[in-house]
Design a protein around this ligand. Sequence first.
Ligand code: PA5
Length: 331
Amino acid sequence: MEDYYLGWLEQVEKALSIWGCCRVDIEPRLIVITGMGGSGCIGDYVYALASTRKYFKCPIFIVKSHKLPSFINEKDLVFIISYSGNTLETRHTYLEALRRKCSLVVITSNGFLERDAKQKNIPLITVTRGIAPRTALPEMLLAVLNILDTSGLTIVSRDEVEDLRRFLKENMAKAYNEAMEIAQFIYSNKGTLIIATHTPLEALAIRGKNEFNENSKIPVKIDVAPECAHNDIVGWENPFTDKWTVLEIVDPRDSIGLKIIDFMDKIYREKRYPIKKILLKGEYFLQKLLYGSLLLGLASVKLARLRGINPLETKNISKYKSRVHDILGQP
Ligand code: PA5
């Protein structure tokens, strides 16, 4: 499993090698990104990247559900993302988007979505097969950014992805070592994990939560400032338990973000919760997001190893997927 994360540089290189392969001819009213779990976080990342670009004007809407909101229609560009190509919620949104004649793009490695998109001649990017869905983050994310850039809807350019490649090459070993320290810190304290961060890094907090859920098999709470200063901080006045461990993730160049997390830091310190602060490496936001994702992915795998747990296996997701047809019905 560690190798899947350490293979992120190759994923970036593969994405670069197919840059420009596929385009869509639409000036969309809305860009919709659908998917669940490891595939669902792609929407969060694209949203975060777009929201930090002053020149990008098209609204982005994320769907992590079997239901496609009724306002989505043929004026919209809909990305359907499912690593396996079989996730039922995503198949539901795919077929509904087809019925509504939306412009579609499919990103998958296999399964129903790959077959159906080929049959219907729908723009498709097929990513590397046979790895854990959540570890295909760079390839799936860059597939979306590739199609947007090639179609004149640039959020991230090919040059920026080249910079990302260089950055990952230089920082892979550092990320690995830092991840090992994070895992040791969480393992030795054994409190329920809180990931505290500031906007626009909420995508990273959600991703980190999911990584520790799926790889390390632990529940995780996230506090995202400034919103958490309007609710979560009151919860910290009187929790049922004081067994918590805090990972603070900050962008060292974001002066407001730093100050808000400093404020949160004082609240955690008053409660004597152990705290580890992560300063994200990277020049640009894409680099920071991917560096943080790599850290949290590797740390969550290491924590699983320290606990004697298999990080790859996600038994309860498999159990859910074997029953979800009975719950949602056929798409
Ligand atoms: O990373 C995982 O294994 C999960 O979060 C999956 O991504 C999730 O169950 C959805 O499956 P898929 O990505 O194949 O659509």
